[in-house]
Design a protein around this ligand. Structure first.
Ligand code: GAP
Length: 494
């Protein structure tokens, strides 16, 4: 991860927010290449969901409509959704290190023989970190002499026997407290409770709030979907793993409204479609894992959730959540109907009956998806000067091609400029004139540009350029007239 984070900063994918002030934990800015990559992933999701949604199980196209709702909504909506009362994480403080942990993210090694202290670790701590710490503090005991359990499974009365993750003495961890993760603000000039409002912790609420508006204005028929992409905010106790768990992030969410007895069919449908999506943007199925979320870990609104997990470098060899596909039942519409006093039932004209549809929700993080694409693309190759290249699918790559005059003199440059002006009409391309050609290839490798077109001495003679393929470094000649056709063929098929 360290190498990936460093490349992201060096090449302008992702920066710490407020970098020049030392950053702000859990907040990130997307640089010139990061924003292109993010837009590519977002646009593909929107296209696959809203513009050309999949063909349904009965062979006809399904309908999904888009919305873009406000981040701040009437605060009553968060009471209805259960977020005011229950959107909490168990938080534990260390009185000595002043650090804060999520109790369900800390594991504890408890001595099997009951002798001596227990040791707490961050759930992402690697084996060598654990072993080193035990060597220093456990008086000869090894990992196998302990039993592993999560901190939130231990009675706080026994915390006095635990040495916290960042200290050497026992008894510094506080009892877990529930911490509500919603950011709040005040609407209007006065800062009283009556003006308190929340930044949305998930984008789906804006979909449920607009369900009736969309239904009435579009004559939509169940089954149908409403999709939204946008910012969400969670005051995470411990933001971690680069942009993986941030305090401000983006989500891409679909709420699929259907009849209750069709839930199993649609659930399977969406699981398959979403897997196909991730494969189509460059995440192979072999790097995905499907976790049937155990009953005790389900969100309050869900009766069944499958997490689509990706093998992130920090979780490897295991996986961590990339997307959740949840059966939300009719929880949200029921709650909003009750709290708002507005009838939200769907009228099924054909059968003359009213009902609240059930909801299947494929919900994924756009920014977490960007991280997965970067991690998947990161390929070490010692044989090339950059030592690494980003193996993005051409359709996802921030820059589709670079145009490189071999030298900054003669007629290489005007030809390169002409080709650049021509290609930039259709693609995001780079014109790079300075430095030796090896350095320029290295830079394009590091940012994942799939094709480099080089204008050289032969170009003026035969009106052709060299195209270099990023992954293989193989080169071939393409006539200047055919460059656009080459791009079209290679980018649309990937
Ligand atoms: N509406 C359902 C919902 O929000 P979730 O599992 O809490 O469910 C859905 O979030 C997705 O949003 C996750 O799978 C993840 O990709 C992304 N996500 C959640 N919290 C995040 C965070 N703190 N930082 C980045 N992405 C996050």
């Amino acid at each position: 991860m360290k190498d990936i984070v460093s490349l992201c900063k060096r090449r302008g994918f992702i920066f710490a927010a407020s970098d020049i002030y030392g950053g702000l934990n859990g907040f990130w800015d997307y640089g010139p290449l990061g924003v292109e990559l993010k837009n590519n992933l977002r646009d593909r999701w929107w296209k696959d969901m809203v513009i050309t949604p999949p063909i349904g199980p009965d062979g006809s196209p399904i309908e999904i409509l888009g919305v873009d709702s406000a981040i701040i909504q009437n605060p009553r909506c968060w009471e209805a959704s259960g977020h005011v009362g229950g959107f909490c994480d168990p938080m534990v403080d260390c009185r000595e290190s002043k650090k804060r942990y999520r109790a369900d993210h800390v594991f504890v090694l408890v001595p099997k023989d009951g002798e001596g202290f227990s040791f707490a670790f961050d759930k992402d701590d690697e084996d060598d970190v654990i072993e080193k710490r035990l060597q220093k503090l456990a008086k000869g005991k090894k990992v196998e002499d302990f039993e592993r359990t999560m901190l939130d499974q231990i009675d706080p009365a026994e915390f006095g026997e635990i040495i916290g993750p960042d200290v050497k003495n026992p008894g510094t961890l506080t009892e877990p407290r529930q911490f509500n993760m919603m950011f709040h603000t005040f609407v209007g000039a006065t800062a009283g409770d009556e003006n308190k409002a929340y930044l949305r912790p998930e984008t789906c609420a804006g979909i449920f709030l607009n369900y009736k508006n969309v239904l009435d204005s579009n004559r939509a028929k169940v089954p149908f979907g409403i999709a939204q992409v946008g910012k969400a905010f969670r005051n995470e106790v411990t933001p971690r793993n680069f942009v993986f768990r941030s305090r401000e992030f983006e989500q891409m969410e679909l709420e699929w409204f259907c009849e209750e007895d069709e839930v199993p069919m649609w659930f399977d449908f969406w699981l398959e479609e979403r897997t196909r999506f991730w494969e189509s943007v460059g995440i192979p199925k072999s790097e995905l894992h499907f976790l049937n979320v155990p009953k005790e870990d389900l969100a309050h609104y869900s009766s069944r959730t499958i997490d689509v997990e990706y093998r992130f470098p920090f979780s490897a060899p295991d996986f961590d959540e990339l997307e959740g596909i949840a059966h939300r039942g009719c929880f949200d519409l029921t709650q909003h109907q009750e709290f708002s006093g507005t009838k939200l039932e769907y009228f099924d004209q054909a059968n003359n009956r009213r009902f609240l549809p059930h909801v299947i929700e494929p919900s994924t993080g756009l920014t977490r998806g960007v991280l997965a694409l970067i991690c998947q693309a990161y390929t070490v190759d010692e044989s090339r000067p950059s030592g690494v290249y980003l193996d993005f699918k051409p359709s996802m790559a921030p820059k589709k091609a670079a145009i490189l005059p071999l030298t900054a003199k003669e007629d290489h440059v005007p030809t390169a400029q002409k080709l650049y002006m021509d290609l930039r009409e259709d693609y995001n391309v780079d014109l790079d004139i300075k430095q030796n050609i090896g350095k320029r290839y290295a830079r394009q490798d590091e940012i994942g540009t799939p094709f480099c077109f080089t204008i050289d001495n032969e170009t003026s003679k035969d009106q052709s350029v060299t195209v270099r393929h990023r992954n293989t470094m193989e080169q071939e000649r393409v006539s200047l007239d055919n460059v656009k056709a080459f791009m079209k063929e290679h980018i649309s098929k990937a």
